[in-house]
Design a protein around this ligand. Structure first.
Ligand SMILES: NC(=O)c1ccc[n+]([C@@H]2O[C@H](COP(=O)([O-])OP(=O)(O)OC[C@H]3O[C@@H](n4cnc5c(N)ncnc54)[C@H](O)[C@@H]3O)[C@@H](O)[C@H]2O)c1
Length: 396
């Protein structure tokens, strides 16, 4: 059983609290830190938390606490992590790990030096659909992964600090791109090195310094390409979609707006529909169990199981650091308009991976390009002659 100190009592802290103890779980939040006593008390009442503090260190150091969950704005993650190191408390932190790779690297090195358990709360690689899709990818159902795309767009975040470049550390690239990068990186293989990034970013709608819309490409050492599409200017709700393409197959996932649940209402008795839904009348796309659909349940289960078994969780600070390094390159590319290398001072995956061959053996003299059954009943083969290079067609 984990006894958790929750740092922050806002949007994500409440999602986390619902997931951690909303299902008669044995893990409990025993300590809450919030800047304002009033918010800490409200959270404590809602989630039956015993210890309340407006002092972060006190909340972390409480002797009952076995694990600290960081649910604070991005600029406060590092200070909170360092306090966990000081008090040797296991730490799990929300995304993004840092505002940039330098910050993330310092956090990674600090937790490793302190020898404390560390988990990176990237919920979107724990959604039921992702878990099932990833199993298929691992078993080879899609063959060699060539392209993975992830999109997260919505009408913009819910608190003022997200819109402040200094506090948030970036705009939608950092806020939403961190999810997309980790989703696509996992499909391609977390042991494959991301090498360079090309990114377009702009501030199209909001009166802010940061970008509110971006599209990026991340090239991996094995030749696979990842794509992210992120926006704070999208209208119509929270659009979370992923696509993976391999030599043997494809997966398309719609995580949130097309879950198979469609509803019409005139608006009578209207209530909350789903995160960032912009309307509660007309045709709606409710989400059955948001905590589960967004991966929070499986994520905390992995974190708690891992610490109790003495293993690393699926997502650790190291993963958060790699994600930050990729996003740093995206920011650089958006400025230079060039492919920018991913600067990874710490790399623990494979090295020297080369692109797989694109030559499929057909017979001693030919490579296979493709075969197709036509609508007029003949099967055609397109072959390439190994010696002459000539492309040939055969009907069989
Ligand atoms: N799906 C996800 O994983 C997900 C979703 C939303 C937010 N987040 C992350 O969670 C973190 C918090 O975001 P949120 O949406 O809960 O924001 P929020 O504004 O709803 O809540 C932030 C909390 O931090 C407190 N806070 C704000 N400024 C502070 C300060 N200067 N000192 C101390 N406390 C302060 C607020 O009072 C509040 O309790 C961010 O890192 C964000 O990226 C993750």
């Amino acid at each position: 059983m984990q006894k958790i100190a929750m740092l922050g009592s806002g949007f994500i802290a409440r999602f986390y609290a619902e997931s951690i103890q909303g299902y008669r779980s044995r893990d409990k939040i025993v300590s809450i830190y919030s800047r304002r006593d009033e918010s800490a008390r409200k959270f404590a009442t809602d989630y039956q938390v015993e210890h309340i503090s407006t002092d972060m260190e006190q909340a972390i150091a409480h002797p009952e606490v076995t694990m600290v969950c960081i649910a604070l704005p991005n600029n406060l993650h590092e200070a909170a992590v360092l306090l966990c190191c000081k008090h040797k408390k296991a730490v799990i932190t929300t995304k993004p790990l840092g505002r940039n790779a330098e910050e993330a690297k310092r956090m990674l090195l600090a937790v490793e030096e302190a020898g404390i358990f560390n988990g990176y709360l990237e919920d979107l690689v724990y959604t039921p659909k992702f878990i099932k899709a990833y199993e298929s990818v691992k078993q080879g159902a899609l063959g060699r992964i060539l392209w993975a795309k992830s999109r997260e767009t919505h009408p913009g975040p819910h608190s003022e600090w997200f819109w402040n470049l200094e506090e948030a550390g970036g705009g939608c690239i950092l806020d939403l791109g961190c999810h997309c990068v980790e989703i696509t990186r996992t499909y391609i293989g977390k042991n494959i090195r991301p090498v360079e990034v090309m990114c377009w970013a702009d501030t199209q709608v909001k009166p802010i310094e940061a970008e509110d819309h971006a599209i990026g490409l991340v090239k991996y050492e094995n030749g696979a390409i990842a794509q992210f599409e992120v926006s704070w200017t999208f209208r119509g709700g929270l659009d979370l979609r992923d696509e993976v393409m391999g030599t043997e197959g494809t997966i398309w996932i719609n995580n949130f707006m097309r879950t198979g649940f469609e509803m019409f209402t005139t608006g009578k008795g209207a209530d909350y529909v789903a995160e960032k839904a912009e309307s509660n009348s007309g045709w709606l796309f409710p989400v059955g169990d948001e905590l589960n659909e967004l991966g929070y349940n499986h994520m905390f289960m992995d974190m708690f199981n891992a610490i109790e078994k003495g293993t690393a969780p699926k997502e650790s600070f190291y993963d958060g650091y790699v994600v930050n390094a990729i996003l740093d390159a995206a920011y650089k590319s958006a400025k230079t308009k060039l492919w920018e290398p991913v600067q990874l001072d710490i790399w623990r995956g494979e090295t020297g991976v080369t692109k797989a061959s694109n030559l499929v053996e057909y017979d001693a003299d030919h490579y296979l390009i493709k075969e197709e059954m036509t609508h007029f009943g003949t099967k055609k083969l397109i072959l390439k002659n190994k010696h002459s290079g000539k492309i040939e067609e055969r009907v069989i």
